[in-house]
Design a binder for this molecule. Sequence first.
Ligand SMILES: Cc1cc2nc3c(=O)[nH]c(=O)nc-3n(C[C@H](O)[C@H](O)[C@H](O)COP(=O)(O)OP(=O)(O)OC[C@H]3O[C@@H](n4cnc5c(N)ncnc54)[C@H](O)[C@@H]3O)c2cc1C
Length: 488
Amino acid sequence: MSVAAPQGLQALRKLLGPEGLIERAGGFGPYECDGLSAYRARPLAVAIPADAEQLGAVLRICHEAELPIVPRGAGTGLSGGALPHPQGITLSLARLNHILALDPASRTARVQCGVRNLAISQAAAAHGLYYAPDPSSQIACTIGGNVAENAGGVHCLKYGLTLHNVLGLRGFTAAGEPIELGSMAGALDSPGADLLALAIGSEGLLCVVSEVLVRLTPKPPEARCLLASFGTVTQAAQAVCALIASGLTPAGLEMMDQAMTRAAEDFVHAGYDLEAAALLLCESDGAPETVAAEIEQMRAVLQACGATRIEESRDEAERARFWSGRKNAFPASGRMSPDYLCMDASIPRARLAEMLAAIEAMQTQWGLRCANVFHAGDGNLHPLILFDGKDPEQLRRAEGFGAQILETAVAMGGSITGEHGVGVEKLSSMCVQFSRAELERFQGLKQAWDPAGRLNPGKAIPELRRCAEGGKLWVREGKLPHPELERF
Ligand SMILES: Cc1cc2nc3c(=O)[nH]c(=O)nc-3n(C[C@H](O)[C@H](O)[C@H](O)COP(=O)(O)OP(=O)(O)OC[C@H]3O[C@@H](n4cnc5c(N)ncnc54)[C@H](O)[C@@H]3O)c2cc1C
């Protein structure tokens, strides 16, 4: 704890009052972790500012008192990005939860960072509009957290990620100076370097977002879904590429392998084909005549790729039934084994079949099962490695299995993250993805925005020491590279 920390806490008490500052260990429970609950820590205190003005003041106090800050939205993150700093302040943005303006004419909404993703679509529904990026956690996660993670979802193949649906944002630097990035007036471009794109996906390391201008999309009048069965995973993967190559952009294109389909069926009773090696969910949305034409085109491609069965949703209830297993895949996985490790990696779509075959081979190598459910159209995998956490040996193998999946993704030209960020979970994997020089450049960027390193320290960008300890730097004849660096 810094020497000035007690004065900082005193100033926060004065600013926020008892309802805005939690200092009792008993009150830390909900803040000790995010969705990656294997990592837990207690902060020094939790600050809950009521508005942007208080938020700026909190940051300025923390800056003066040299207190680390961990921004937190709804805490649904899956990579430990909102894990508290034991000597720092967790900054809960839950009270900045107002929709400030909704303009159907420009199809935009100006919202505070703590507004839930789904709440934007609910508010826009009256105007026939919605906010397209739809993480499965959308009922709870906040737009600020979505911006920090560049969140995705089923609809992102057609409508883009958070990055493509945010026009501007307001926020504060680590020192509490106000900043504005992109265009809060809703212009498609803004002068200067595109710092908005840099801030989106920066995992709370560069700035604290207080307000976001999002793009709204007209609600399609119709949506229909095809549920296609395949005799092999390879055929299903090839069908994904063939659909895109045919010029179609499905409104959703998701895959489940047999292990996942069986678990999901047991959970939701959707009537899935349990004999299929893989199922594809392929959706079209838009004007009814467009949907009818696209569905026929999709059907033809799926058939040409060897689909053994194709069902088409006839109404909304049936469409919901098709999606129910996919949407409940994670809770359904709990029926297959006591624990699972949910990985998140992206690969070029064209290499899906190869990757799935590699994961199958890894099951034998590591002696563990793996169920697959994923955003096939995006090439974004979510392998669920099944294990029993009570057995430390199984946990060790599960972690090794997961690391090998990430390394294989990188070797295929893919990425160690899809949509869940790096947080604390994938710090070591960053050393697989990036060279020392690239990591140094990331550290340089962080320094330019936050010279004292107060915003979310220890997340997303590994220290070079970590890469060496993780064995990811090439060590020849017992000599580490760059011994002159203190950390080594
Ligand atoms: C069941 C489940 C399903 C999920 N499905 C998806 C999915 O389909 N797609 C997907 O992309 N993700 C998914 N996620 C992950 C998670 O919901 C997203 O990453 C989401 O964007 C996190 O939002 P949050 O408000 O909960 O952020 P938090 O978890 O609170 O924080 C996430 C990161 O953002 C930073 N942060 C939060 N708010 C701000 C702010 N205002 N300014 C600066 N930094 C900030 C935090 O410091 C942290 O690093 C899922 C999670 C769960 C539990």
